[in-house]
Design a protein around this ligand. Sequence first.
Ligand code: SF4
Length: 417
Amino acid sequence: MNAQPNSERRRGWCPGVRRPMATGDGLLVRLHPLSGRLSADQARVIAEAARQHGNGHLDITARGNLQIRGVSEETYPALLALLEREGLVEPEGGGPNRLTAVSPLAGLDPLDQGDPLALARAIEENAWHLDGLPAKFFVAVDGGGSMPLDAMGADLHLVARGDAVAFGRATTEGLQWIGSSDPARAPEAALSILAGFAALRLSGGTGARRLRDLEPDLADELAAPAALAPVTPPQNRPAAPRAGRFATAGKEAILLALPFGRCRSAQLVEAAAWSERFGCGEIRLSFTRGLLLPGIAEEQLPLLMEQAAGAGFITEADDPRLALIACPGKPDCASGLTPAPADALRIAETCGDSLAQGMFVHVSGCPKGCAHPGKADLTLVGRADGGYDVVPHGSTRDVTSLALSLDKIMLSPSTRL
Ligand code: SF4
């Protein structure tokens, strides 16, 4: 096993099945299915593996991957062997476990202007052999439709626009549109940029692990051989919905969100059964931290949504739980000082009006801030006394002098909850 040693809790580590990561609740094993797709049978195998070899909890990540939590040193070898048998293990090597991310609606979205699945596959095939790409590097391949990938934080963003593909590069200031290409040339142009970045790193020309950290002149040098045409920046689209129904060709798709992206193995088993009973037997992992079930007949939707809501899924985009993010916290995480998910649910139940006005709250079981390294409108950091340090407009790394119990936080005017 190549688990992450404590001494190597370094920036840039990206766990996989072969590279489990030590966390407060045991080893974390992350699966990277291509295009985020699972058959119902695969979902059941993973759910059973999580129950048998982990603590029964899974997470859907913000890149549309699936991670099994609470695996022990003793159970990991059997889990690895099982996932190898099922073809669910990433290739050997230290590079990205999966190079591309697509919308869960890819191939179904009537608003898409290109074929993101074909483009993503071509990039994977062309670039899988590249040495020198850092583990966290990835390309967002966006069909230009209902679920924009702009906020995913990819290194390179490709967006289909009519008869062209726009190329955007991540910078510390946000996305910078660097050119466009004919769709047929887009895989080759993307490979040119990826190969250039890998070569630059291998030659010692940069130590940057992400494109956004590359000096602007080096980034321009990388783009030149791709021979991109001038680009008109794609229009801004509303942020991707995180739950609800989508009309697709002749059928519906339903996006089921999970509170804080956490899924119990029993929920995954239920989703597999629904995908066979109501849909086409497929589950797609969404970067919005939910599961998309395609191929649903319209008349079956009410029953499916009722059953999903009863099983703890979020079925409506205005659900207040979607305004909160929480880590596993106490007792699932050994470092947890507070029961972050349970406290976040109390906030959702009690303060729905504030959350409905667009407030984004991060509840963290300790100062590590695993669930969300960035800022939130309100960040609550678990304390050893069971209360929280309260950080308005900041992150878990910011210093604050305000510490309150959860009850006081929900009543205090200073928190605006
Ligand atoms: S932030 Fe949450 S998950 Fe991370 S170590 Fe702290 S309690 Fe555990």
